[in-house]
Design a protein around this ligand. Structure first.
Ligand SMILES: O=C(O)CCC(=O)C(=O)O
Ligand SMILES: [Fe+2]
Length: 293
């Protein structure tokens, strides 16, 4: 037995994450530094890092069963959205990206349905995993959300469901695919198509019109972990084909502790609020009342 094997055996995530390939338990060692550097290079290059087979083959069936068990709890919501998640602009032509709306029908299992003993919550809560994600995205520390619905989520796409072309508002997103559909459900993105210097509407319009010249397309497999900066890279998930659902776990972290999503968003995504959202709503109304006086 080599010296490395010992701590791994005892690690909370051993067996669930391929620690030989992804030494989360030894981030300060050479292999840990090399792993973080490799992920950061990928993110620098095009805003996306994929850690293939992050969950090893032997644990995949358990993981897939877990999200399959949770998936009937998904709340589905149907919206039409443009890439900016904003209202359209009647002053601009119908072909303009702000006026291009796509169907976003999506299911989400809320975090309060995902118990502390589930595999995915053990990963989410694990300090070494958090430390690893922070290092990869270039933050000193990251914190689990204080939002009991949006902290850890299973995204369920059944036949015909998709994420139309959009940008994310979060700085980064960490996802783990646990089930792949028979067809479709491909993640496609246009790396760095916009930036702090501008929207680049002309290029975005070309993508929406079907130009694939600057697109990358990922063939994610169950067990692959993805870290993605979605603010500057237009992206989508193509419609799922066939009866097999596409399942991905979304691990949400914030720069600061205590983050809670907006109550309206909770209602839209999960069809309900948690007590913390209700409190926020009441406080907001109380503030507005005061201002009106
Ligand atoms: O499921 C994915 O691969 C990405 C989904 C996505 O773009 C999002 O949730 O904003
Ligand atoms: Fe996204």
């Amino acid at each position: 037995m080599d010296a490395m094997a010992k701590p791994r055996q005892g690690h909370a995530l051993s067996g669930l994450i391929d620690l030989a390939r992804y030494p989360l338990d030894d981030l300060d060692g050479d292999a840990g530094h090399e792993l973080i550097a490799r992920c950061r290079r990928q993110l620098d290059a095009d805003g996306c890092a994929v850690l293939e087979r992050f969950v090893p083959e032997a644990a995949l069936a358990r993981l897939e069963r877990e999200t399959a068990r949770l998936s009937p709890e998904a709340h589905y919501n149907r919206t039409e959205t443009n890439p900016y998640n904003s209202a359209g602009d009647p002053e601009r032509p119908a072909s303009h990206p702000v006026n291009r709306f796509g169907d976003r029908t999506n299911g989400f299992v809320a975090g309060d349905r995902i118990g502390p003993d589930t595999l995915i919550r053990q990963v989410y809560a694990n300090r070494d995993f958090q430390r690893f994600v922070a290092a990869v995205v270039g933050m000193a520390t990251i914190h689990p959300y204080a939002d009991p619905l949006a902290d850890l989520v299973v995204n369920v796409l059944r036949e015909g469901c998709q994420h139309p072309w959009h940008y994310d508002t979060n700085e980064f997103i960490v996802t783990l695919m646990t089930r792949k559909p028979e067809g479709g459900g491909r993640f496609e993105y246009a790396p760095g198509i916009r930036g702090p210097e501008g929207e680049n509407f002309a290029a975005v319009e070309r993508v929406l019109d079907g130009d694939r010249s600057r697109l990358k397309s990922l063939d994610l497999r169950p067990g692959d972990l993805q870290v993605f900066f979605g603010r500057y890279s237009l992206h989508r998930v193509t419609p799922v084909e066939g009866g097999r659902e596409r399942h991905t776990v979304i691990f949400a972290y914030a720069k600061e502790p205590g983050f809670v999503g907006r109550p309206e968003r909770a209602r839209r995504i999960f069809g309900r609020m948690a007590p913390v959202h209700e409190r926020l709503l009441e406080e907001g109304m109380a503030r507005r009342d005061k201002l009106a006086d």
